[in-house]
Design a protein around this ligand. Structure first.
Ligand SMILES: Nc1nc2c(ncn2[C@@H]2O[C@H](COP(=O)(O)OP(=O)(O)O)[C@@H](O)[C@H]2O)c(=O)[nH]1
Ligand SMILES: [Mg+2]
Length: 251
């Protein structure tokens, strides 16, 4: 069965760029990688995709043919993926056989991947114990407490929906200072400290949020920059351990 890593996160969180930089990093270390673009609406894909959903779905044609606005067209395109699931699944299985990991770049808007049924069907067609989700925390969104807590709740929501093991990746670490990264990591260790700093929140509500966010406390947050390559080694090691149950890949 293929080892699959789904790269998931809010729009602009760096999924495509991480797919590209991680692919490059792993290949230069001798790993064999399959890379898949599942975003039908993306214009430019900066990596060599072994499977590209745009070969199945023509986004521009959808817009023209059905006179859809951008949101309607993106939803239609995401739902259309369902028509090609069998083909995609076969291709992933074939390519995955000779790869250490299959990296899957998902649609720009998280709800198109996490909440519509087509992608759930793709996920469910592979065993959960050889699949993982890299959930991205965009530095630009999580450097303040309310943003951090909100994205944690989103991660929990995605976890409920997709029910796969997760790793959390703090993207664009080059855009924030080292002490900000430390602060974000400390909020993960103790979310109640963060919540206490949010003033004017109902006590019971805050406590409830704390309890939910605390359920993620065993998941490390790995800071990376796709631009500078910082943290890529740690992320690769983490993926390797996830898929080989402790034995590192040869990378
Ligand atoms: N500075 C910096 N910018 C990044 C990084 N990763 C992504 N970006 C930028 O963030 C924007 C969105 O990235 P993209 O990978 O397309 O996000 P996606 O919508 O999640 O696929 C682009 O303008 C990227 O150039 C990073 O590590 N550092
Ligand atoms: Mg993208």
């Amino acid at each position: 069965m293929p080892n699959i890593c789904y790269i998931v996160g809010t729009a602009g969180s760096g999924k495509t760029m991480l797919t590209s930089s991680l692919q490059r990093y792993l290949i230069t270390r001798g790993a064999s990688i399959t890379t898949i673009n599942l975003d039908p609406a993306v214009q430019h894909v900066p990596y060599q995709a072994d499977i590209d959903i745009r070969e199945f779905i023509n986004f521009e044609q959808l817009v023209d043919e059905y006179q859809l606005g951008p949101n309607g067209a993106m939803i239609a395109a995401a739902d259309l993926i369902a028509d090609y699931i069998h083909e995609i699944q076969e291709q992933i299985t074939d390519l995955g056989e000779s790869s250490e990991v299959v990296l899957i770049d998902t649609p720009g808007q998280i709800e198109l991947f996490a909440y519509r049924t087509a992608s759930l069907k793709i996920i469910q067609s592979f065993p959960a114990d050889t699949s993982t989700l890299a959930f991205l925390f965009d530095s630009a969104l999580v450097s303040n407490i309310s943003g951090f807590l909100s994205i944690n709740l989103l991660a929990t929501s995605v976890q409920i929906r997709l029910n796969l093991p997760m790793i959390h990746v703090l993207t664009k670490s080059d855009l924030i200072k080292a002490h900000q990264i430390e602060t974000i990591l400390s909020w993960r260790e103790d979310p109640y400290v963060a919540i206490e700093e949010l003033h004017g929140m109902n006590r019971e509500f805050s406590f409830g949020i704390g309890q939910i966010v605390e359920t993620l406390s065993d998941i490390p947050i790995l800071p990376i920059s796709s631009l500078t390559g910082d943290g890529m080694e740690l992320l690769a090691a983490h993926l390797s351990r996830t898929f080989t149950a402790g034995d590192d890949w040869s990378i």
